[in-house]
Write a protein that binds this ligand. Structure first.
Ligand code: PAF
Length: 282
């Protein structure tokens, strides 16, 4: 694996790979790698000749109350994990390399943002869209890999790729789960033993919703009610939201058909957890 810190060097190296008709899979991250990221790399390795991973904590996507400096970082450990996962190029630019001067263009994401977690993070997805646009232009990958765990980000990136005509195939990779269904997350370590057991209910409540839909329920309000009941009955977490949207447009679903997203966010004492299911309903 080669660690690259400048745009120019990465573009030069990838030009050579592309001349040899190699396909490029891209896994963008903010580092502090976990199994979710490694699952993205695994998919990327299976489907491409070359895998590029970026590690860049993007200041543009942090709000004024979110601490950019406190975001966890461990480059040495990340380098080892990326190398073990068979990443070919690890792109680790500095903030100055990515944003050498104040931007003269502002990207503003107009759709798919004012719902779910985006509701409380104004401007967040503008920052995500800006950095991804830059990374897509620098790397020009054939495929880009994102986790389905952050379904809203996946929907926004889908919009970005469509709207700006990036010739990139977006691949949404299934959420990696513990044996009891809890979605893997670096935040799970903040759960107490009791909360950890309760946290498995998030996925169970989503599976109950899926079962009810398979059995014929088509009213979003009924499904939301069922999921909330399950969470309130079996956990002490504070339910932040249970929402259902068409996917990937994230528009309200009057009745359940086509691709739909059921998304939940709950707050335990020291950990806020999210989970979701994307279902195709005939
Ligand atoms: O999901 C993330 O880690 C970030 O939002 C991303 C896609 C790397 C953009 O900074």
């Amino acid at each position: 694996m080669r660690v690259v810190t400048t745009k120019a060097e990465l573009q030069q190296l990838l030009k050579i790979e592309k001349k040899q008709q190699k396909t490029i899979g891209f896994v963008p991250t903010m580092g502090y790698l976990h199994e979710g990221h490694l699952a993205l790399v695994k998919h990327a390795c299976q489907e491409n000749d070359i895998v590029v991973m970026s590690i860049f904590v993007n200041p543009l996507q942090f709000g004024p109350k979110e601490d950019f400096d406190a975001y966890p970082r461990n480059q040495k450990r990340d380098e080892q994990l990326a190398a073990d996962a068979e990443v070919d190029y690890l792109f680790v630019p500095s903030v100055e390399e990515m944003y050498p001067y104040p931007l003269s263009i502002k990207l503003s994401v107009e759709q798919r943002v004012n719902v779910l977690c985006g509701n409380n993070r104004p401007g967040h997805f503008d920052g995500v869209a800006t950095v991804l646009t830059k990374l897509f232009h620098i790397i020009m990958p054939d495929r880009a890999y994102f986790g389905r765990k952050d379904a809203q980000q996946l929907a926004v990136v889908d919009g970005l790729i469509q709207d700006l005509d990036f010739p990139i195939k977006l691949v949404g990779v299934e959420t990696v789960r513990e044996a009891d269904g809890l979605a893997k997350s670096s935040r799970n370590v903040y759960l107490t033993d009791t909360e950890r057991k309760e946290a498995a209910v998030l996925y169970k409540s989503l599976k109950q919703a899926e079962k009810a839909i398979l059995e014929g329920e088509r009213k979003p309000a009924q499904i939301i009610h069922l999921v909330k009941n399950c969470l309130n009955k079996h956990t002490n977490a504070q339910v932040e939201y249970v929402e259902i949207y068409q996917y990937p447009t994230l528009k309200e679903a009057a009745s359940l058909h086509g691709m739909i997203l059921i998304a939940i966010a709950v707050r335990f004492k020291k950990a806020r957890l999210i989970d979701n299911l994307i279902l195709e309903i005939p």
